[in-house]
Write a protein that binds this ligand. Structure first.
Ligand code: ADP
Length: 166
């Protein structure tokens, strides 16, 4: 069981599943969502259209189409609203559900972006702590053996590295 953090564009990773930081419509957006849709091609949007959206804190699975990853798991993180509106529990739900879905298709490797910490403004230190804790707790009940936190910035990578080296 391996958990690590790297700085990369998640659309380039050769893993079984990548996670998308999607919105409730699942019809594409900015940030990592836009990058994933561009790289996967129009078929991803067609696949997402059939899913009927997704609740905050939950996730849904599609194929990866033109991506090197076989699957995309679309997780909907919470918008940060000060921290008293269930944001932490909803963010944990994204990581838990994504791992469960990956396991349900026998994925062995998965990469996560830093969900909710871009346009949704969740503070990176708190979000990373929830991400690492939830993955550490959930992983043993799955068959997944490699988890990568794929950071876009050097600053985010430093935050995840510090937590993983504790
Ligand atoms: P959210 O709306 O959940 O906050 P964003 O896409 O705005 O989602 O941001 C989530 C994180 O994904 C941010 O840290 C952002 O810098 C990062 N990000 C943006 N593009 C990519 C990419 N191609 N690969 C990995 N991470 C990315």
């Amino acid at each position: 069981m391996k958990i690590d953090a790297i700085q990369a564009d998640i659309t380039t990773l050769e893993v079984d599943a990548i996670v998308n930081a999607a919105n409730r419509s699942l019809m594409g957006g900015g940030g990592v969502d836009g990058a994933i849709h561009r790289a996967a091609g129009y078929e991803l949007k067609e696949a997402c259209r059939t899913l009927g959206g997704c609740e905050t804190g939950d996730a849904k699975l599609t194929e990866g189409f033109k991506l090197p990853a076989r699957y995309v798991i679309h997780a909907v993180g919470p918008v940060w609203n000060g921290g008293h509106r269930g944001e932490a529990e909803k963010l944990a739900g994204c990581y838990r559900r994504a791992l469960e879905l990956a396991d349900s298709v026998s994925a062995r490797s998965i990469a996560f972006p830093s969900i909710s910490t871009g346009i949704y403004r969740f503070p990176i230190e708190r979000a990373a702590e929830i991400a690492v804790k939830t993955v550490e707790e959930t992983l043993p009940s799955t068959g997944i053996d490699a988890v990568t936190f794929c950071c876009f910035s050097e600053g985010d990578l430093a935050v995840f590295d510090a937590l993983l080296k504790r």
